[in-house]
Design a protein around this ligand. Structure first.
Ligand code: PLP
Length: 455
């Protein structure tokens, strides 16, 4: 599709970005065809499955998404860190279409195929830790976390599970019980899975604690409120995603893991959002020298196709009896073909370098904005997983509503920005790694404008 008139220059005063790097807006956002589709949607899709920006997408490429009205928008969310390798990535598209024509399903636990084995080998190689590992493939992040918990319980013979404050692990019954936020994930959906406990995390911007101090606090809670007699697993996102890209203080995660190991507790790193090259390393655990017993993956693993995994120490993964793990669609051959292409591309090192470059551009740009707008209290993250937190100037008191208004303002200018944080006061960047410096510069200009206009 060729788009000629850069109408965005009439809706935005942001000036210095070349037209090639700017959204092209042909209509207001959302446009008339999107509005029409939205009306149809409201009649047939429950409101619980909500929306961020109700533009209906026709096609996508790199970091662009093009809607049904012909508007080209800049996607800095990648479907929540899923199309990390880029929208409509040709390697993913070729691998998946070739597989589609060969075989789409047999069920790996009935008649197996090589792709599953190959992907398990690659995950064993790339997840942190030099020990023997095995992998179970499933369909979603929540299903991966559920299986990690099942396996840890079976392995330890214990029942309790600990998750951290500000955690997010999914929307199934078990994972809803593990999330920090009751609303909208758990409220009214009970009874929830029992024996789930939440313990304090490390949140340097808010708690000011060193890694050792924060770990001591977490461990005290674990020992006093649960006890190692019953504790099967500690589940932690190395960098918390929905919680607002909270990067724990140096030494926190390794101290927690050392304690877990010493007490026979399985340490699970939920890398569903932070993994697969997102942070400029294959897995965020590497940034902290962490070698988790089990690692969960999903989101970015297959370039947009549904796939998830639990990878970990062979002796733990083997705890379940034959037939105890699996599911009809788990390890779908088409999704696996896409994932193998993602692995191949990540292995060139180029996407990881791109993630690091994106991190530098965003961090420098957001720090400059923070110097100008004192409501930006913190800029944090690694690689292409960067966020800023909006607080009352000079404090850690969240400003409610502003992040949502910035996201709305940006959306109307063709820039899709996601919010995060338990208080909803964080803007997070999860761009496809194909995003250009010019596109990022444009997004920063729009945020600058938004802060000037909204405050
Ligand atoms: C998104 C997410 C999940 C849930 O994944 P789904 O595929 O939506 O079930 C679990 N853990 C983390 C850290 C996530 O970001």
């Amino acid at each position: 599709m060729t788009l000629t008139d850069p109408v965005s220059s009439t809706t935005s005063t942001a000036g210095s970005t070349p037209a090639d790097d700017r959204p092209l807006l042909r209509t207001e956002i959302p446009g008339p065809r999107s509005r029409e589709l939205h009306e149809r949607r409201l009649a047939v899709v429950p409101r619980g499955a909500a929306w961020t920006l109700p533009v209906y997408i026709d096609h996508a490429d790199g970091a662009w998404i093009v809607d049904v009205d012909g508007n080209r928008l800049l996607d800095l969310g990648a479907g929540i860190g899923v199309t990390t390798i880029g929208h409509a990535n040709s390697g993913v598209a070729d691998a998946a279409s070739e597989q589609l024509r060969k075989v789409t399903h047999t069920l790996f636990t009935i008649t197996p195929y090589e792709g599953y084995v190959r992907l398990a080998e690659l995950l064993a190689e790339r997840t942190p830790g030099g020990f023997a590992k095995k992998t179970l493939l499933v369909n979603s992040g929540a299903e991966a976390v559920e299986n990690a918990v099942k396996i840890a319980r079976r392995h330890t013979g214990r029942r309790a599970v600990a998750a951290l404050d500000h955690a997010f692990h999914g929307r199934t019954n078990l994972t809803s019980a593990m999330n920090h936020k009751a609303a909208p994930y758990a409220s009214g959906f009970g009874p929830l899975a029992p024996d789930i406990h939440r313990v304090p995390n490390s949140y340097p911007f808010r708690d000011g604690l060193t890694g050792a101090e924060a770990a001591a606090r977490t461990i005290a809670y674990l020992e006093q409120r649960i006890g190692t007699r019953d504790l099967a697993a500690v589940v932690a996102e190395p960098i918390q995603g929905e919680g607002g890209f909270i990067v724990p203080a140096e030494g926190y995660l390794t101290a927690l893991q050392e304690w877990a190991t010493a007490n026979g507790v399985v340490f699970v790193a939920d890398e569903v959002q932070s993994g697969m090259g997102r942070t400029g390393t294959w897995f965020a655990s590497e940034l902290f020298g962490l070698e988790p017993d089990l690692v969960t993956t999903a989101k970015g693993i297959a370039g947009g196709l549904p796939l998830a995994g639990v990878t970990g120490r062979a002796e733990i993964m083997d705890a379940a009896d034959p037939g105890g793990l699996g599911g009809t669609f788990g390890g779908n051959p088409v999704s696996i073909a896409a994932a193998l292409s993602v692995f191949e591309q990540l292995a060139t090192g180029e996407p990881l370098a791109a993630a690091n470059r994106i991190g530098e551009v965003l961090t420098a740009g957001l720090r400059a904005l923070a110097a100008k707008h004192d409501v930006i209290g913190d800029v944090r993250g690694h690689g292409a997983m960067i966020a800023f937190e909006l607080t009352e100037p000079g404090t850690t008191i969240p400003i409610p509503g502003l992040a949502g208004r910035i996201s709305q303002f940006a959306g109307e200018r063709g820039v899709l920005l996601l919010t995060a944080g338990s208080d909803g006061n964080v803007i997070r960047f999860l761009p496809p790694l194909a995003v250009t410096d010019g596109q990022l510069a444009y997004a920063l200009e729009v945020i600058d404008e938004a802060l000037a206009a909204l405050l």
